[in-house]
Design a protein around this ligand. Sequence first.
Ligand code: RIB
Ligand code: CA
Length: 321
Amino acid sequence: MAIPFILDTDTAQDDCVAILLGVLDELADLRAVTMVAGNVGFDQQTNNALMTLSVAGALGEVPVFLGCRRPMVREWVSAENVHGDGAGGLSMDITGVSTESEHAVDALLRLTHEEPGELNIVAIGPLTNIAMAVVKDPDFPARVKHLYIMGGSNNARGNITAAAEFNFYVDPDAAKIVFDAGFDITVVPWEPLTVRDAIFSRAQMAEIGAQENPVAQFFQRVCETTLEFDESVGIPGSSHPDSLTVAVMLHPELVVKSAAYRVDIEADSELTRGYSAMSWGIHGLKPNARVIEDVDAAGFFSYIKSMMATKTAPSRAIIGL
Ligand code: RIB
Ligand code: CA
């Protein structure tokens, strides 16, 4: 049976791939997309999400809710130096396309009220919307079946600073609230997991892009800018942390190793802002998350390649594709 979930996203590059999985995988039942401030300008992210739904032929079928336009207490930090516009220069005429009028935080609360204990959330951006929902309604975590989070590093290097991964760095106050809120949580970290098991070489990217259909060509285009950035910082390929997070939920057989951890987020220091301390069980701390340690990298690539082979009829023309 398909897995019902809400995708909370700062749509650019691999967030687009995560949305595609939500629409194309028959095991996915994507109920809503909620937008949160992160990678690139908020309106650009929203257009990227709408365009991605369009490429998959699902524009208008999945509601898109606009959420928090900045972190809870801090200024927004952009990753435009990493992702460009997050869409590889592609665009779509959005005349007449509407997003929902309800705020994403209210939608998260309402949808989980309508189906308590049934909906999963996959959060692949800063955790602002999720934390705001907790602040508004402390019973929210109890109504969420499982929260999958892309963020942090498992006692390893960050990417935006030496200490911190981008999603937790942008809104560490939100991340701290979320890890203390009582959700059932699975974490897909940046290091070492993503950088070891979810990097596609240029040859692999070309292999996917050579498939003759809009989804495959869109995939290659939206990932190109980030691939160049990744290579410039010594990562040998295109990084896919967000789509890996969706894959971990839909295809748990890809997980080779995971363990219970106590995850705490640094929100006071400037030097280590957003650092995720992941205590692995020997420090006497009560676990609050399962952290993915190892996935089947070849299986993950095959899965993405097979999904990007899906033939679709885009809902609207994609300019530049
Ligand atoms: O650090 C990786 C995360 O930040 C991903 O969610 C990606 O979208 C990014 O910029
Ligand atoms: Ca993201």
